[in-house]
Design a protein around this ligand. Structure first.
Ligand SMILES: [Zn+2]
Length: 429
């Protein structure tokens, strides 16, 4: 077990050339992604973590142990010691050992159910897709970006997921930080509603890096000075992490809620209160398009609701998904046209402009299919926000790392275009 774990840790490190501290500039990030693409794929791991009865009362524990005698006593209590620190050890404990450790001669400083521990430590992309950022890498990068640009950037969590992860939001604003309100016109970018759509995290994440890297360019400088910019690259980190568990893809779409029938997950992009669950969504909990027990039943969609409702200055929005090379605007939940003809013209014109910059086709969402409960319909209906769904390029949900550079580069142009109209979207008509 010890050998297996160590090898996984080492393989993980070898497959992860990106470290936040060294790679926060946009150009550096792109160079790193390119170099990962060109590197030969490492040999696949020959050992997978597989522990029989992992759920049966087993824990990853940390226990105080100041010297070798104390460690010996812990071994005698049945602890499988894996890591040794100066004043403590960590390792695996089954029910018997947990009973022994409850004796007051031992001091247990932390205990995590083994399934949770393995789940948290072992989630990463397959080696050939190491250029993609998992939750920890995304978090580290966002923290580093905020720390290094503290004059204009701040990072805060808009809420916790089902499994307790933070939903991070990077804000770029020359005056207001964190959750302080701003009267400046706002633009909001969200990625990764759907777990397996990993490219939809990369685009907004690298867009943030681009803006900070180019903060002294005349146009970007003006947007940062005059706008309130919010970037939430990973709305569904639980699902995204689950999708890459054990280093292979799970083709998983939803969040990690446990449903009434014990099936897993709600489709977050069917959970918003816009004709909720009336069409293009399923009432069946096991379905990929399950709309949830009620509108806004999920902590992730609730977080977006609270976020948007608290910020009436938001004017524009892109929600990133994959795939299809499409730009979609309301309505998605009905065949009807938007009743406000000026708004409709803005959607058509701005969609067309971003279509030119990306090579994507822009059209009304319900022309593809009617699907209710989606975030952009809700954002437009609830906040009057010009909200676009981008179905990024690529064939399939796992298009490989080679696609990232191109997809990011062209989508940054569209994202910057959206900033250029955020002060007054009606100027495009
Ligand atoms: Zn999607």
């Amino acid at each position: 077990m010890k050998t297996s774990l160590l090898s996984i840790v080492l393989l993980g490190a070898a497959a992860l050339p990106l470290t936040a501290a060294e790679n926060i500039s946009y150009s550096q990030l792109l160079r790193e992604i390119t170099s990962v693409e060109q590197a030969p794929a490492p040999e696949p791991s020959v050992e997978k973590i597989s522990i029989p009865g992992a759920d049966a009362g087993r824990y990853w524990v940390t226990v105080k142990a100041a010297d070798s005698r104390a460690r010996t006593r812990l071994l005698e209590a049945g602890l499988d010691i894996v890591e040794i620190a100066k004043d403590s050890v960590s390792g695996y404990a089954g029910p018997y050992t947990m009973g022994q450790l409850s004796n007051k001669s031992f001091v247990v400083t932390s205990q995590v159910p083994l399934a949770d521990y393995l789940g948290k430590m072992n989630k990463d992309f397959p080696s050939q897709d190491a250029a993609y950022h998992n939750f920890k890498e995304t978090t580290d990068l966002l923290k580093e970006m905020a720390a290094r640009n503290s004059d204009i950037a701040s990072l805060f969590s808009i809420g916790k997921t089902v499994e307790g992860r933070d939903i991070w939001c990077l804000r770029i604003n020359s005056a207001a930080k964190g959750e302080t309100p701003s009267a400046k016109p706002g633009a909001l970018y969200i990625g990764n509603h759907h777990a397996r759509e990993h490219l939809s995290n990369e685009v907004p994440l690298l867009f943030a890096a681009y803006l900070l890297d180019h903060k002294n360019d005349a146009d970007i400088k003006k947007y940062i000075a005059t706008l309130d910019i919010y970037i939430i690259p990973m709305l569904n980190p639980d699902g995204a992490e689950y999708d890459i568990k054990n280093g292979s893809y799970q083709y998983y779409r939803k969040n990690m809620s446990v449903n009434s029938d014990k099936s897993r997950g709600v489709d977050l992009n069917r959970n918003y209160d816009s004709w909720w669950c009336q069409a293009g969504a399923s009432n069946y909990p096991g379905a990929d398009t399950y709309c949830g027990p009620r509108a806004f039943s999920e902590p992730e969609s609730q977080a977006v609701k609270r976020f948007v409702e608290a910020r009436r200055n938001l004017k524009t929005h892109i929600s990133y998904h994959t795939y299809g090379s499409e730009i979609l605007y309301p309505w998605g939940g009905t065949d009807a046209e938007i009743s406000n003809t000026r708004d409709k013209q803005v959607f058509i014109k701005a969609g067309d402009e971003m279509g030119k910059l990306t090579g994507y086709r822009s059209y009304k969402s319900s022309e593809m299919y009617v699907a209710t409960g989606d975030s952009c319909d809700w954002a437009y209906a609830a906040g009057g926000i010009f909200a676009f769904t981008f179905e990024l390029e690529g064939r399939g949900f796992y298009p490989g790392a080679a696609i990232i550079t191109n997809a990011v580069t062209k989508n940054i142009k569209a994202a910057v275009y959206l900033l250029s109209i955020t002060d007054n979207p009606y100027k495009v008509i």
